[in-house]
Design a protein around this ligand. Structure first.
Ligand code: NAD
Length: 343
């Protein structure tokens, strides 16, 4: 199969080449997929995408016209792909449903601990040879009430770690996850209970119409004063402006974010020489009570290895006329008939 991998990073190139083992003819390019770069997909059967690529309806229609049949995203999230349009066009879409949930979970915990223990201000002080302690008093995780919104693959790992820390863990999920909660002394509760009772809330939900802006002025008003929020899922789970205003008012005391609502075309690229024109992002980066990382929660050697292997496995399955099974995103149509689909 001929494929083009858009937005390919130096850190994943070797892994993709090794996992491919010369089976498929893959062109690796660092450019994002946009209308300006779409011509690289000419003559290809498949596009290997990344969350910063544009897979909106106009792009999908153009890809279809160019003969592309398959899209495999090197991510769990598929919110950058218009799945419904792909389905209408008969384009098959696959993702990487699970690669290393520990990677995302450990990053959420890293943000949580760094904020709780003032690691960033401490580091800034050290650079000034200021060894005083007055502004560095932190809090323990032990005995804090921590809300996890979304107890899927990542949320479960977070619950496990927080249980080991001795936190009181509350969980909200649209599915019944009470059995899993029992194993980690967590309690499944309503979203409102999470908002009302948590000292720290961490979000591990996919971005969809039910989760877009689930953190907004109204939901923040129900939170405890001085709450800490962590988001390693997708930026638009938060209404960024309303979250920032609540941080300024000190309703939210600290904020850890690996993702940002308007990150497209900014995150994943080096803008040090062409400054970004986004005053809100600038304000978030400069704020002393915010810790922002550039969508890197997934970025471990362990995760990159599995992403490369599963990406190639998606191509293998499609080439042999099979559905990619759990990785299939074609709105359940293929999942229900997993064998020998006509490509
Ligand atoms: P998952 O599908 O295993 O789990 C998502 C959970 O959220 C499920 O249990 C689901 O029932 C629940 N959920 C869905 N809608 C909900 C709602 N409205 N309220 C409460 N719960 C809801 O996904 P995952 O692997 O845990 O990843 C979660 C998201 O994190 C992904 O969709 C992806 O967007 C993001 N992610 C980001 C990174 C990163 O590098 N920052 C890495 C991996 C995943």
């Amino acid at each position: 199969m001929k494929a083009v991998a858009y937005s390919s990073k130096i850190c994943e190139k070797e892994l993709l080449i090794k996992a491919n083992n010369k089976k498929h003819d893959i062109t690796l390019i660092s450019n994002r997929l946009t209308l300006d770069t779409i011509s690289y997909a000419k003559g290809k059967d498949a596009v290997l995408a990344f969350p910063c690529d544009d897979l909106s309806a106009p792009i999908l229609n153009r890809l279809k016209e160019m003969g592309v049949k398959y899209i495999s995203t090197r991510s769990t999230g598929t919110d950058h792909i218009d799945i419904e349009e792909a389905r209408k066009l008969g384009l098959k879409v696959g993702n990487i449903p699970s690669y290393s949930p520990e990677s995302g979970a450990e990053h959420a915990i890293a943000l949580m601990l760094s904020l709780s223990r003032n690691i960033l201000p401490a580091h800034k002080q050290m650079l000034e040879y200021d060894f005083s302690l007055t502004n560095l008093v932190g809090n323990t995780i032990r005995n804090k009430t921590i809300g996890i919104v979304g107890l899927g693959r990542t949320g479960k790992e977070v619950a496990k770690i927080l249980n080991a820390f001795g936190a009181k863990v509350l969980v909200n999920d649209i599915e019944d996850v009470s059995d899993y909660c029992l194993s980690y002394r967590a309690r499944q509760v309503s979203f409102d209970t999470i908002l009302n009772e948590s000292d720290i809330i961490t979000f591990h939900v996919p971005l969809n119409e039910s989760t877009r802006h689930m953190v907004n002025a109204q939901t923040i008003s129900k939170m405890k004063d001085g709450v800490t929020l962590i988001n390693v899922s997708r930026g638009a789970i938060f209404n960024s402006k309303e979250v920032f205003d609540s941080l300024q008012d000190e309703k939210i005391s600290k904020l850890g974010m690996d993702v940002y609502e308007f990150e497209h075309n900014v995150f994943f690229f080096n803008h040090s020489k062409n400054p970004i024109n986004d005053p809100l992002l600038r304000a978030l980066i400069q704020h002393s009570r915010i810790l922002l990382t550039p969508h890197m929660a997934f970025l471990t050697e362990e995760a990159l290895q599995v992403i490369a292997e599963k990406t190639i496995s998606n191509l293998d399955l499609w080439e042999s006329g099979q559905c990619v099974g759990e990785a299939c995103c074609c709105n359940k149509i293929c999942v229900d008939t997993p064998k020998a689909l006509s490509a």
